[in-house]
Design a protein around this ligand. Structure first.
Ligand SMILES: NC(=O)c1ccc[n+]([C@@H]2O[C@H](COP(=O)([O-])OP(=O)(O)OC[C@H]3O[C@@H](n4cnc5c(N)ncnc54)[C@H](OP(=O)(O)O)[C@@H]3O)[C@@H](O)[C@H]2O)c1
Length: 333
């Protein structure tokens, strides 16, 4: 698989990563199977993926425990990205950026992941009660202590970007990035980026490109929508966030089908075995050499299919056709 580099330390990663979240969190809980997830991670590594993206709060904790079972055997094959700073409370999520908490969280992640170093440690959410420099300073100490190789920040203000915030959105994240860069170099930013959520292209992606900061594209398949395998009105399990997501109502899924149809048309031009999911990922890859999509998957078949998207090159006709697709309807807000 093509390699890409992130951050000032030029850390090498496969161009397509594996988002491990759906194995333990968020989507279709009844479909989670530990053994199948283990096979999926192994299959992704065999296919040339090395970046495994997890977080302590996926599960919570069980996603890291799952990866630990793989890393115990194949640490050298993997680049581990995990996150701290977001806790699952009683039915809601709470940020905790206190330095003492960050130190404890890192030690706990290392134990669960069965490794002595985390390749990329990301701040999942900045804590409004703690100056972000303090949290980042504690994370920088973890690098100095050899527990972590590089630091990243997750950006969460896609909603303001979608609402058409002046300047293209992500102002809050960029302000935070400017502040923490003064404390310790940022190696990667993780934020939503896909054909139906392109907002990060406005300011956030160029900010990263200008500073050699890697960009981990979360939700590159539009939480599964862009794969064309979800049926409008098919329904979601009660605890699946898509059951409450305005873009996943039967009406909006039907209204956004032209996006899937466009990806399908392009896929067909590239071969009978090329899928809309692969075109969606190839589009993300085409956004810059510092961009690494981390598609989530529970199934071995999908992880391998997604890894193969690294070999798909979209031409100018394909890219123009995607640019001309209608903007997605419905939003989080
Ligand atoms: N930093 C953050 O705040 C943040 C937020 C969200 C996500 N993330 C990261 O980004 C990763 C990706 O995002 P995501 O998992 O939310 O969304 P996604 O990658 O856009 O979509 C994942 C969904 O697509 C399905 N899928 C994957 N490959 C497929 C294929 N080839 N054909 C058909 N269906 C396919 C999966 O199904 P199954 O579930 O059935 O396998 C899953 O439901 C996460 O795993 C996580 O690591 C980070």
């Amino acid at each position: 698989m093509e390699r890409r580099t992130i951050g000032a330390a030029a850390l090498g990663v496969g161009a397509v990563g594996l988002g491990c979240m759906p194995m333990s969190w968020a989507y279709s809980a009844s479909q989670r199977r530990g053994d199948r997830s283990l096979r999926t991670v192994h299959a992704a590594l065999d296919a040339g993926v090395n970046l495994l993206d997890t977080a302590d709060m996926y599960g919570p904790f069980t996603n890291e425990l799952l990866l630990g079972r793989v890393l115990k055997e194949r640490r050298a094959d993997a680049f581990v990205s995990t996150k701290c700073g977001l806790l699952v409370g009683d039915g809601h999520m709470v940020a905790n950026g206190r330095p003492a908490y960050v130190r404890r969280a890192c030690d706990a992640s290392l134990r669960r992941l069965q490794t002595d170093v985390i390749d990329l440690y990301q701040l999942h959410r900045a804590d409004p009660e703690v100056p972000v420099e303090e949290t980042w300073g504690a994370m920088a100490d973890l690098v100095r202590a050899g527990k972590v190789r590089a630091l990243g920040l997750c950006a969460v203000d896609a909603r303001s970007a979608r609402r058409g915030a002046p300047g293209g959105g992500y102002e809050g994240t960029i302000r935070q990035l400017e502040r923490i860069q003064q404390v310790f170099p940022v190696s990667a930013v993780e934020a939503e980026l896909s054909v139906w959520s392109p907002e990060a292209l406005g300011r956030l992606l160029p900010w990263c490109a200008a500073r050699g900061v890697g960009f981990l594209a979360a939700m590159p398949l539009g939480s599964g929508f862009l794969t064309g395998t979800l049926t409008p009105g098919g329904g979601f399990e009660a605890d699946d966030p898509r059951a409450r997501h305005p873009r996943f109502t039967a009406e909006m899924m039907a209204a956004n089908q032209p996006l899937v149809a466009g990806l399908r048309r392009i896929a067909a031009r590239h071969g009978a075995d090329v899928t809309p999911a692969q075109v969606a990922l190839a589009w993300v890859l085409s956004r810059g050499p510092h961009v690494i999509p981390v598609p989530g998957a529970k199934r071995e078949r999908w992880a391998v299919e997604n890894a193969r998207a690294a070999d798909l090159r979209l031409d100018t006709t394909d890219l123009a056709e995607i640019a001309a697709l209608p903007a997605a309807r419905g939003s989080w807000d």
